[in-house]
Design a protein around this ligand. Structure first.
Ligand SMILES: Nc1ncnc2c1ncn2[C@@H]1O[C@H](COP(=O)(O)OP(=O)(O)OP(=O)(O)O)[C@@H](O)[C@H]1O
Length: 346
């Protein structure tokens, strides 16, 4: 009875604290916040601008349109807390926006974490959430949340193979009978594509571009496999020899060449999951195939590329960037059922 009243006054929260994007869902209501994981800080004092208000979308709007002396800070890197104080401030601001706290009650929170996370990193994310205003904090692996969000039959005695590609981490798991049988996580994901594109332009075109330009190129013309009609984009950067502004026309073939080594790493990780499975489960994988999720999995022709590399069917889930928060929210809605699979930092 008390728990029910408490729940009404202060519903549980699901939080996907991502390298690029933070998403918050409220138990029973679904997604209520989806904002960039960024804060705008004074370069010298490292204080958040606007009295702590320059967080998320507001911060992103300020960056690039503000005078020198203002820096964009990303408190999460490789899906783990990189700057503890800024992470706490950012989360605090997001939690206040959800407007949930009544009578001083603190919400129970379920947060996602990548598979390859150390106890120290686990503790950091938990502490940041507690100091930002959360009550009890539970953790769930991204790949499990993604599998739930994708609606995979993970409780059944068959193999479910999921590859969640975010900005900072690729989480791969094989799940069966509710458990993760094999897991692999690598800090190589969407941002690694961007870095590879920037490095390629420097090497092949003597053109220096920023990470946002590299990401834009990926979105506009990036592909993992050849396209029916190849794409081109004009890019502005700085000539590395003359240190002057210059433009270049880049093709989707260029981008494929640039990102090939990153795709190769992902393929090796996927192959390694199969090798770690026992033969019965591995045989299932060939039939059920691979499911792709995460914002980074939206790269054109990625399913076709992995199908060619692995020889199994591959499909991309609907609304891939929000699958993890969808799954986390479902776990919050059925807290008791999923509780055995949650972890705490202690
Ligand atoms: N159309 C697209 N094509 C290719 N990549 C895309 C596309 N749209 C978004 N992305 C990439 O998706 C990534 C962000 O995905 P997502 O929101 O799942 O990550 P995140 O949750 O912030 O990161 P992580 O979970 O790894 O900490 C970025 O690297 C972004 O460039």
């Amino acid at each position: 009875m008390f728990a029910q009243v408490r729940h009404q006054l202060c519903p549980d929260l699901a939080i996907d604290l991502g390298t690029h994007q933070t998403r918050v869902a409220v138990g029973g209501r679904g997604l209520i916040l989806d904002e960039p994981s960024v804060v705008a800080v004074d370069s010298e004092s490292r204080r958040i601008l606007g009295g702590g208000a320059a967080v998320g979308r507001v911060a992103k709007q300020m960056i690039g349109r503000t005078p020198d002396g203002i820096t964009a800070a990303y408190p999460i890197r490789g899906s783990v807390v990189h700057d503890f104080d800024l992470c706490e401030a950012m989360l605090g601001s997001f939690l206040r926006k959800t407007g949930r706290s009544k009578l001083g009650l603190k919400p129970r929170v379920l947060m996602t974490v990548p598979g390859a996370i150390s106890p120290v990193e686990r503790r950091a994310v938990t502490n940041a959430a507690e100091r930002a205003g959360a009550g009890d904090v539970f953790l769930i692996e991204q790949s499990r949340a993604a599998a739930v969000g994708a609606g995979l039959p993970i409780s059944e005695p068959i193999a479910n193979w999921i590859c969640q590609i975010g900005a900072g981490t690729t989480d791969i798991a094989v799940l069966s009978l509710g458990d993760i049988v094999v897991r692999r996580a690598r800090r190589v994901a969407g941002e690694a594509f961007d870095e590879a594109i920037a490095a390629y332009l420097r090497r092949e075109y003597s053109l220096k571009v920023g990470s946002r330009t590299a990401e834009r190129i990926k979105h506009e013309i990036g592909s993992a496999d050849p396209l029916d009609e190849e794409l081109v984009v004009e890019v502005s950067g700085i000539d590395t020899a003359g240190a002057v502004p210059r433009k270049a026309v880049i093709t989707s073939e260029d981008v494929r060449e640039a990102i090939a080594p990153v795709l190769q790493i992902m393929t090796e990780e996927l192959r390694a999951t199969v090798e770690s499975c026992d033969p019965e489960l591995a045989a299932d994988l060939a039939d059920v195939g691979l499911v792709l999720s995460g914002g980074g999995a939206q790269l054109r022709r990625l399913p076709e590329y992995f199908e060619r590399q692995l020889g199994v069917p591959v499909r991309l889930v609907d609304d891939p960037a929000r699958v993890v928060i969808r799954g986390t929210a479902l776990c919050v809605d059925h807290f008791r059922q999923w509780r055995p699979y949650f972890e705490s930092a202690a």
